[in-house]
Design a protein around this ligand. Sequence first.
Ligand code: ATP
Length: 657
Amino acid sequence: MSSSENTTATTDASAPETHAFQAEVARLLHLMVHSVYSNKDIFLRELVSNAADACERLRHEAVTRPELTRDDPDFAIRLEADKDKRLLIVADNGSGMSREEMVSNLGTIARSGTRAFIDSLGDNKDGSALIGQFGVGFYSAFMVADEVEVISRAAGEDSAWCWRSDGLGAFSIEPVELNAAPARGTRVVLHLKEDTAEYAEPAKIERIVRAYSAHVPVPIVLLAPKEATEGEDDGAATEGGTEERQLADGTALWTRPKSDISEEEYKEFYGHVSGQFDDPALTLHYRAEGRHEYSVLVFLPSMAPFDLFDPDRKGRVKLYVRRVFIADDIDLLPAWLRFARGVIDSADLPLNLSREMLQTNPVLESIRKGVTNRIVSELQKLAKNDAETFNTIWENFGPVLKEGLYEDAERRDKLLELVRFRSSADNGASWRSLADYVGAMKENQTQIFYATGASQEAIASSPHLEGFRARGVEVLYLADPVDAFWIQMVQGFEGKPFQSVTQGAAALDEIPAESADADKDEADKESDSATDIGLVTAFLKETLGDKVSDVRASARLSESPVCLVAPEHGPDRQLEKLMARQKGAGAGMFAPVLEFNPKHALVTSLSGRLGAEGSKDDLADMAFLLFDQALILDGEAPSDAAAFARRLASVMQRGLA
Ligand SMILES: Nc1ncnc2c1ncn2[C@@H]1O[C@H](COP(=O)(O)OP(=O)(O)OP(=O)(O)O)[C@@H](O)[C@H]1O
């Protein structure tokens, strides 16, 4: 809904029109004012970022329309502070906004991911902590101001407008005289709250700008009444006059040599380009020379952005051409690297390529390839030299990187080296690579075993793993929805195929049991021989009918009496469910195979009773209960809950009788 539909306007063109904020904006403002951010300083970073973006947008537009900047070709952001009046002004000579742009840009939230996120927060306390992790732009001004005015004149337009709001649900918009507006661009005027008056102090402003915005690609100057600066006594102000101080020179950080740039400077720039508040986990800064010339300054965050799984899967690396900002919504990197943030600056592209041309440009294609390969090789290095940092990246972005396994056949092998898993080796305590797995394979083991499920915990407690545990055979846990997709596309690793523990007959017989269990194994063999496998199989098959596609004795189990597996050539059961979860549809299940543990006391007794004459009918309930129990362990409900309850009650009753 456009907020202009809520206009309570008059017909007089010069009178202010009042508009209600879009619902999500109102909610965001409420969160802002109630201090979601413990660090209020960031509002200035957001306003300076917006001002810089506006300058960069116009710089780009002026490539084809040079008249737009002819009168004033030097871009700048000017900050003005007046402590007495509790005023802070952020002004730029960038693109400016028309009346319509003001209404839609400063009254709504455009990005659907952000909107959905804010919508989902509600009044949830944890949610409001979450929101502090991402940049909320312009609206953060209301953390420090009880009234905000935005006076703007779009480049090349001969009208100017003033937007005004107290952040409490509505804003007004009215025309202003040209001489009361910037000749071009935007002036954001903050009427600071009583308890945030400190933001009109030049020393404070300087500190914040140097910390957060020192490397935006537009110079920043501070204009303040000549008075005490930090370290001097208050009240040492000189009568009248203002002084102008440059806080940032506007040189693009990525154009400077790497050796001149400190970690702090990289961090500050990361904050500017990402809008996030974490530190980068990986910083990649280099200049490519050769067929194409370009500079890259790309960061991998150490925290997942809130919209990582937004269905549009858009990346946000910014494209520059010879230091002119071109766009930040062109997919410069593949979708499975959409969490990367930063800048790619090409020296070869023409400045005035249309959006359509950009999407299919061969230079960009080759840049994409080069940078993607470089990121992958940096990740490989990191995995080798700094496992802790690599694991942080994996923890946050593993499920996204795994998308590359099925989308990017060319890099599949390299990505397989990077993939990390939780596994039964240490019950999910650490991240294991496929190389770790292969290195720890048992004698006669030829496959890489994995188990899929809704969560690591669910997988760990699944009966299918018992036989593997008893033999010390490692099983990888696959609990991400994306696992359902790549595991079917990837043949194996180092010649070892992947094999689900719930599919087909487990190839466990060839693998010897761990020595510690040898005695138990011997004892098991005896009770095993007490079970008439043929008899039990035939009975279960006959009783369960088409609920199962087969029944067989299994080496897969050591503690549980039964489990369900997929038929040899049918799809893996848990994978089917993961797929269904991903697609939001129900799983079209194949009838499973019921496997029983001939060593289990329950099965041995069942076998004994079956051998005794005439007791078969009483035992039918047992067969159904065993089947339902296996379903429950797989995270499913018995198909007939009433029959399940009736049988359970009757078996319990018989047990007590
Ligand atoms: N100084 C400015 N000059 C021109 N347009 C501006 C200015 N400040 C804000 N805008 C417009 O208002 C929009 C909303 O700004 P806001 O800071 O809320 O979000 P954003 O910058 O788009 O997103 P984010 O802060 O997440 O990067 C901007 O996209 C821009 O179009």
